[in-house]
Design a protein around this ligand. Structure first.
Ligand code: AMP
Length: 140
């Protein structure tokens, strides 16, 4: 069993604001977001980076993004999003468990990639809006 930070989130050993999960992937709020609603999309099978994992896991990641991104935009009023991946230390990867950043973008807001702090209550409020929208989409 691997023991990195995101494994611990998957196993509920450390807290995270999880907004979606299926058999292959999990999506949770980034504790240092670059935009409102910045989430990380993570495969449940451990791999240190995308190229170390299976093609199936890469496909599952993109399927989850396809499914979750429009719901996040709707929940938060975003009109676009950036996807990002830091692959390898040379690219700035800090957590060595594959993940894709999904960063919602809003009209009239500067497009920054600077990490920001966020109070836990505010992160939970944003996560609640996303979870509500995910539930609505599931029930329709
Ligand atoms: P990187 O590996 O460079 O793509 O960055 C890892 C990302 O994980 C950073 O944006 C961090 O803010 C984020 N991060 C680190 N610890 C946690 C955590 N406990 N919960 C959620 N996000 C985290």
């Amino acid at each position: 069993m691997h023991d990195d930070l995101f494994e611990k989130i998957i196993r509920r050993e450390i807290p995270a604001e999880i907004v979606y999960e299926n058999n292959a992937t999990i999506v949770f709020m980034n504790i240092n977001p670059v935009s409102r609603g910045h989430v990380l999309v993570v495969p449940k099978h451990y791999a240190r980076d995308l190229q170390s994992g299976s093609e199936e896991d890469a496909i599952e990641l993109m399927k989850t993004i396809y499914h979750v991104a429009p719901r996040i935009m709707k929940a938060l009023g975003a009109t676009g999003y950036n996807l990002g991946m830091n692959h390898g230390a040379i690219a700035g990867q800090e957590v060595f468990h594959t993940h894709i950043h999904l960063m919602p973008r809003y009209e009239g807001e500067a497009r920054t990639f600077e990490k920001q702090g966020i109070p836990p209550e505010e992160m939970k409020e944003i996560a609640d809006l996303i979870r509500k929208e995910m539930l609505l989409a599931k029930n329709n």
